[in-house]
Design a protein around this ligand. Structure first.
Ligand code: SAM
Ligand code: SF4
Length: 512
């Protein structure tokens, strides 16, 4: 029989809450008692941006775009100038440059993943979230290890995902020990596929801030990326959305979650803001400030940036929302972030509609597919019974299956990469950033993208998707051949061609 966990925990939630926040694990990162979000400085930079008009703004924006090609974090005044643009033609120029920079750093690759919700119990009161404590409209559950295994079997065996983001409410039943145990459970699942084996090869975690001690447990369990979204960098808005006295009410405990992760040895960390809570331009400046402070202290910025927009949630009132981001502004925001933090992966999710996702995907590196945001929802959705609204954290905009999304991406000329090699052969953190900035990571990734895409098509692709996918692979193989010997030696190319043939004949998990 499955158990929620095998480790001991503090007896009650109040004691657990008191024991979690370590003030010294905030204070050590402050400068003379100040954190890195300098609101007056951000407001002034935005004001300087707004003061630019006409030809002056155009010249400044073109200069900023030019600098983005060096794949370095952009300075505040350049970001503010970009954020000031309203003219659709100038925005279109920035979007085209953002697509070109995505291609320069990450080529035509898009990575897919699925979120796996392990617990809907939460001690916090975030105004916008269906999982907040006291919301009777949502069923509360924490998955047992057997249930996590059943979810993983569907995700890895039926759908064919290789990469998950595991998501948890903040609750003593889903503490660091539970998270680590759930990760180990997921990695242990192996399911026979059409030819090879369905398995999850990278588990990223989206969980509440943890102390360094807890983060070390996630590192030991083989975490891929640790994601904590600040939600809003604007302090008064943060205080309004997250009641004081709750764990999440502590702005700085959250602000330094990724610093603690770096200190715990997790070097792939992910930032994000929940767009709609406050002015999107301010949040973009906050994300850049966050990246800068990580770079300054650890010599390494965020691995990815996420851009969730507020969605309706069961039992949740949204009449207080004043800063909804329009579709046009959202697309432009994605472009600004791509230009401002050009080395980072950019993640869009199925909170968005298929049309919006199509309009931004050329600037992005990752999207989810076949997504369910309910507890136990994969086993439920692929077994008898449909997805139930009262289980979900929020509502989804795109519920299409992975096969349909792979087909659409391939049709748009993307290669869908299922590669997880970087993490498993130590190409993480500073190593991967150095490679990305110099364009050399792309060489490994291009080969691994082809190999893993081929593998996925063999094991999970429908006949239509295989046909379209094979055409993309053929084009990719030609490009790789043309880069011998400049980027690949004859020997590496021969080994690559042989690896692809071995995959077609049934071998699995080959990578460079
Ligand atoms: N409980 C943890 C936390 O708050 O960090 C981790 C998981 S939380 C379930 C994941 C993210 O979902 C949050 O950081 C927030 O940005 C997002 N989210 C919450 N409510 C949302 C809503 N109504 N619409 C869109 N995204 C939402
Ligand atoms: Fe809990 Fe996270 Fe939802 Fe806030 S966003 S209520 S912390 S699950």
């Amino acid at each position: 029989m499955g158990t929620a966990t095998t480790t001991t925990r503090p007896a009650d939630a109040a004691e657990w809450q008191r024991s979690l926040i370590r003030q010294d694990e905030i204070d050590r990162y402050l400068d003379d008692g100040r954190d890195f979000i300098d609101e007056p400085a951000i407001e002034k930079a935005l004001e300087r941006g707004r003061a630019l008009t006409g030809g002056e703004l155009r010249a400044r924006v073109r200069q900023a775009i030019g600098k983005a090609y060096s794949i370095k974090l952009m300075d505040d005044d350049d970001v503010a100038a970009l954020l000031a643009v309203r003219d659709p033609d100038l925005r279109a120029e920035a979007i085209a440059a953002a697509e070109a920079i995505k291609a320069k750093v990450y080529d035509n690759r898009v990575v897919t993943f699925a979120p796996l919700y392990c617990g809907s119990k939460c001690v916090n009161g975030c105004k916008y979230c269906g999982f907040r404590a006291g919301n009777g409209a949502v069923e509360r559950r924490v998955l047992t290890m057997d249930e996590i295994r059943a979810e993983t079997e569907v995700l890895a065996g039926t759908i064919g995902h290789k990469r998950l983001v595991v998501v948890y409410g903040e609750h003593p039943e889903t503490d660091a020990d539970y998270i680590a145990e759930s990760m180990r459970t997921i990695y242990s699942v192996k399911v026979p596929a059409r030819v090879g084996t369905g398995e999850i090869r990278r588990v990223n975690v989206n969980a509440a801030p943890l102390p360094i001690e807890g983060l070390r447990k996630l590192e030991a369990a083989g975490i891929g990326t640790y994601q904590v979204f600040q939600e809003t960098y604007h302090k008064a808005t943060y205080a309004d959305a997250h009641p004081s006295g709750t764990l999440k009410g502590n702005y700085r405990w959250r602000l330094y979650a990724l610093h603690r992760a770096m200190d715990a040895g997790i070097d792939d960390v992910a930032v994000g803001a929940l767009f709609g809570l406050y002015d999107w331009r301010f949040e973009a400046m906050g994300l850049v400030a966050h990246a800068r402070d990580l770079e300054r202290r650890f010599g390494l910025g965020p691995h990815t940036v996420s851009v969730p927009r507020l969605e309706p949630a069961a039992g949740t009132d949204f009449s207080w929302v004043r800063h909804r981001v329009s579709d046009d502004d959202f697309r432009y925001l994605v472009a600004v972030l791509r230009l401002a933090i050009p080395y980072a992966g950019l993640i869009v999710t199925n909170r968005e509609s298929p049309e919006t996702l199509r309009s931004v995907i050329r600037m992005c590196t990752q999207r989810d597919a076949d997504t369910r945001v309910g507890i136990g929802a994969y086993a439920e959705a692929f077994g008898p019974g449909a997805q139930r609204e009262e289980n979900q954290q929020f509502m989804l905009g795109d519920t299409r299956g992975l096969d349909a999304i792979v087909r659409e991406l391939a049709d748009m000329g993307h290669i869908v990469s299922f590669c997880t090699a970087g993490y498993r052969c130590g190409r993480t953190g500073k190593k991967i950033m150095g490679l990305l900035e110099s364009g050399r990571e792309g060489c490994f990734c291009k080969l691994n993208a082809v190999l893993t895409f081929q593998e996925w098509l063999e094991d999970f692709g429908s006949p239509d998707t295989r046909r379209i996918g094979e055409a993309v692979i053929a084009k990719e193989m030609e490009e790789i051949r043309a880069r011998v010997p400049a980027d690949y030696s004859e020997d590496a190319y021969a080994r690559f061609v042989e690896a692809r043939e071995r995959i077609v004949s049934g071998e699995r998990d080959l990578y460079f």
